[in-house]
Ligand binder design. Structure first.
Ligand SMILES: [Zn+2]
Length: 213
């Protein structure tokens, strides 16, 4: 595949497969506005022409998604060949998946962690020190509050869990920032990735508890 590096980790074709003009973004050609099938193999950040970082601007994400979705929408390409229509359908579905994943902070973090070579939750189930003890206490309090149908206490627990959830994601954000500053040292970078995995495992745990409320 003919490809150029636009920035570290982002690879997409140098030329439009339709008009052969140079491409500045992976999905839509600047010149002929054709969709390029290679867009199907790039990651979600690259697909939406966003930097591969955790802290993305939610408005920019939404704008890019809406603009590209309009472009890729299968209804606008009724006159095209079945192959082109199929491509538009697949790219539309990809854009929806990309937007859904990147607009949720925990899903975006897990997706980015995977791109950076971090461990999956299946491979590493560890959580931060002291976290399980706190969660077991919360679960007991939650069970008591439900048994007594104590609405005030349930509300308090919901607030505590929401704060826990937000605090964990703030920690994830700073870990990603520290990770990007530790470019030169692979061992340290892997420590950050392992720590992000722990925090994300804890986020899943807190989300499960919140879903019971
Ligand atoms: Zn083109």
């Amino acid at each position: 595949m003919s490809a150029v590096d636009k920035s570290p980790g982002q690879v997409f074709p140098a030329k439009c497969n339709h008009c052969s003009k140079p491409m500045s973004a992976p999905l839509v050609c600047d010149y002929c506005h054709a969709l390029n099938p290679s867009a199907e193999v790039v990651d979600y950040f690259t697909l939406l022409s966003l930097p591969r970082i955790y802290e993305i601007d939610p408005r920019l994400l939404r704008d890019r998604y809406l603009a590209l979705s309009r472009h890729a929408h299968p209804d606008f390409h009724g006159d095209d060949t079945p192959e082109v229509q199929q491509l538009h359908l697949r790219v539309s579905a990809n854009l929806n998946d990309a937007y859904r994943t990147l607009s949720d902070p925990a899903d975006r973090a897990a997706y980015l962690l995977n791109l950076l070579g971090g461990k999956t939750s299946a491979r590493d189930k560890s959580v931060p020190n002291g976290f399980l003890g706190t969660m077991m206490m919360m679960q007991e309090e939650l069970a008591d509050a439900r048994e007594n149908d104590d609405k005030g206490e349930l509300e308090r627990i919901r607030n505590v869990l929401t704060c826990q959830h937000d605090g964990l994601l703030n920690r994830v954000a700073s870990l990603f920032a520290e990770y990007s500053q530790a470019v030169a040292c692979e061992a340290v970078r892997n420590d950050f990735l392992d720590e992000i995995r722990k925090q994300l495992n804890a986020v899943s745990y807190v989300k499960k508890l919140l879903s019971l409320l």
